[in-house]
Design a binder for this molecule. Structure first.
Ligand code: ASP
Length: 293
């Protein structure tokens, strides 16, 4: 998977305008019930580069606004000719639920606070590219893990690939229960970043915080925000990652985002390569199982 993504990444850099025919004749529908800049656009770029037709389904102006159910909507999209449905939904488990109702390949582009698998894959590719390997890498994930599908998927993928993952943040946002995911849980910034090869800053997910998990964003910034001064205290060469969108000046300052240590825009580019690999591999599976129309 990461090997194919790395090949696609090299091609994206070397031959930016290239169009492949891998998914010629296939239709990809982006079905996003939550906002997205990077994920939706990169799925669109990925699918188009592979030669697929792409439709961005507009939830706000669709019959969902008239009360059509998720299953009815997905079945309709499939009847219209979708081979792949890329879905983002606010409910955890929405993709798993829908899987039982459609034969189109369903790709989870983020479900509630649960999972964001293609984000984890692009993060893994970014670490591998920068460090040469993931196994043994010390990766510290900082911030609002509680509400973060990015954190859950990253922990799952990176520990499976042999990284040593530390999770850090205020105890309200990083409860000790995360230790059961094979990570070290700490609540001090300095302790979290001291030996880290990669410092992964999570967005404070204000839209998912029903009650007060933090006294204020400025308090968060004071305790866990990454600025130039703090960056200077980290291990030389330690990388900075963030899934975006950034609350600028809260999790990370503009200066740090622009520093050579930042891989934040590199993550975005890798998102296209990884999503191309996901679509390609899924299409191969579909062909083998005879699902392809
Ligand atoms: N864009 C990522 C997501 O949709 C990260 C974030 O929003 O914090 O989960």
């Amino acid at each position: 998977m990461l090997g194919l993504a790395a090949e696609y990444k090299a091609a994206l850099v070397e031959r930016p305008g290239e169009r492949l025919t891998t998914l010629h004749g296939r239709a990809v529908v982006n079905l996003f019930f939550e906002n997205s800049t990077r994920t939706r656009t990169s799925f669109e770029f990925a699918a188009k580069r592979l030669g697929a037709d792409v439709v961005n389904f507009d939830v706000a102006t669709s019959s969902i606004a008239k009360g059509e159910t998720l299953v009815d909507t997905a079945e309709t999209i499939e009847a219209l000719g979708a081979d792949f449905i890329v879905m983002r939904h606010p409910a955890s488990g929405a993709c798993q639920y829908l899987m039982r109702h459609v034969t189109a390949s369903l790709i989870n582009a983020g479900d509630g606070a649960h999972e964001h698998p293609t984000q984890a894959l692009l993060d893994a590719l970014t670490v591998q590219e920068a460090l040469g390997k993931i196994e043994g890498a010390r990766i510290s994930i900082l911030g609002d893990a509680l509400h973060s599908r990015v954190a859950r998927s990253a922990i799952w993928a990176l520990t499976k690939l042999g990284a040593k993952v530390t999770l850090a943040g205020p105890s309200t946002l990083v409860p000790i229960e995360f230790a059961s995911m094979n990570v070290r849980v700490v609540h001090e910034f300095d302790e979290a970043v001291r030996d880290a090869d990669v410092i992964y800053l999570l967005r404070v997910q204000t839209e998912r915080q029903a009650s007060n998990f933090l006294p204020s964003l400025s308090e968060y910034r004071a305790l866990f925000g990454m600025d130039a001064e703090r960056l200077a205290m980290t291990k030389p060469g330690a990388l900075i990652m963030h899934p975006g969108p950034v609350n600028r000046g809260v999790e990370v300052t503009r200066e740090v985002m622009d520093s050579p240590r930042s891989r934040i825009l590199g993550q975005v580019t890798n998102g296209v390569a990884v999503r191309m690999a996901v679509l390609t591999l899924l299409d191969r599976t579909r062909q083998k199982s005879g699902v392809r129309r």
